[in-house]
Design a protein around this ligand. Structure first.
Ligand SMILES: [Fe+2]
Length: 354
């Protein structure tokens, strides 16, 4: 591995350690679950305050119907949780139907019937960063419940802060990886914007194929880093305008393995490595570096291959004109199941026509 490739490996390793650490959102959820059972109530939620948006976002929720509430938001000052976020003072309400601030909309969506509640502000360095809301305790919430939450709110606020930081770091990692890949992209003057477009197509195909959560994030990273191995290809070959000699072509064809070597060995990156190493494999075994058959090619690589070829076909190069989206799609469809994974080609087709 040359010096620049080794440096790149070091940066990716550092960033990946952040990425593969334990999910703080899971810690937040487990903390809330513990509190709900400790207090002996029916349900609970943790909301994060976004100062920028002046809104509260659900970060964790425990209890029946909780799935339907994911993604909901509250304006600052709206409802009881919103007012606690403004005042920074806990509230206990023994009968929500007698409260003018109670918003029954969430109950309607989740088919839950809220009777009483305790809402407590979560603070970090004296500032409200969110609220915890507990619902339905038989006989209502009493002063010892408030005391208990007061004692637990510190660690919960810390977990919330960590979850927030974690999401920020994840975004930072993705953006840094994209910046690195784009910088490498730019060495080849004819492929401007290739990485970003391959990312968009791969993400779209992945969503249609119902790849979700962490797997979708990993597919995105693999798409971003798929050509990172081009850092090891000398400029005179990479930027050559005329046709390549056999030897030069063989050199360029090393880029998937150089890329895989850069990311390899970093904990939690196995699927990324596969996506990078095999993105030039073809279903009929005619690809490189190993000439794998379709079923042997990891799914991320099969998806990236379709996204990569579609972008190459629709981009103008000095030696060829760009195909129209329909022509490029037609090219892939003619070869689906033969060169390219049929499911990915069909997913790309629905992505482009929706
Ligand atoms: Fe490539």
């Amino acid at each position: 591995m040359n010096t620049s490739a080794a440096g790149l490996k070091q940066i990716i390793q550092l960033l990946s350690e952040i990425y593969s650490s334990l999910e703080p959102e899971e810690i937040l959820y487990q903390s809330l679950k513990g509190i709900v059972s400790l207090i002996g109530c029916e349900a609970g939620s943790i909301w994060e305050l976004s100062e920028e948006d002046k809104k509260l976002f659900f970060r964790a929720i425990v209890g029946s119907g909780s799935e339907t509430l994911r993604g909901k938001t509250l304006n600052l000052g709206e409802g009881i949780a919103g007012s606690v976020a403004v005042s920074g003072k806990p509230r206990v309400i023994d009968d929500v139907r007698k409260s003018s601030e109670w918003n029954p909309d969430f109950d309607k969506v989740s088919s839950f019937r809220t009777e009483n509640l305790l809402t407590f502000p979560l603070k970090s360095r004296g500032k409200v960063i969110g609220v915890i809301q507990l619902l339905n305790k038989e006989g209502g919430f009493r002063s010892h419940d408030i005391e208990l939450i007061e004692n637990l709110s510190g660690p919960v606020a810390m977990a919330l802060e960590n979850a927030r930081l974690y999401l920020f770091q994840k975004r930072l990692f993705k953006e840094t990886a994209l910046a690195l890949a784009t910088a490498i992209d730019k060495r080849d003057p004819y492929t401007g914007g290739h990485t970003k477009r391959v990312l968009e197509y791969s993400r779209g195909i992945g969503e249609i194929l119902e790849i979700g959560g962490n797997d979708l994030e990993r597919l995105e990273l693999a798409a971003i880093l798929h050509d990172i191995g081009k850092i090891g290809i000398p400029d005179d070959i990479l930027r050559k305008k005329g046709s390549l000699t056999e030897e030069e072509r063989r050199f360029i064809e090393k880029h998937p393995e150089i890329g895989a070597e850069i990311v390899e060995g970093i904990p939690g990156t196995e699927t990324l490595v596969d996506g990078i190493r095999y993105h030039h494999e073809r279903c009929d075994g005619s690809g490189y570096p190993q000439g794998l058959m379709c079923k042997e090619i990891p799914i991320f690589a099969r998806i990236i291959a379709v996204a990569d070829v579609y972008d190459a076909l629709t981009t103008e190069r000095p030696y060829k004109k760009a195909l129209s989206p329909q022509e490029a799609l037609g090219y892939l469809k003619d070869r689906e199941g033969h060169k390219f994974w049929k499911d990915a080609v069909q997913a790309l087709s629905s992505l482009l026509t929706r």
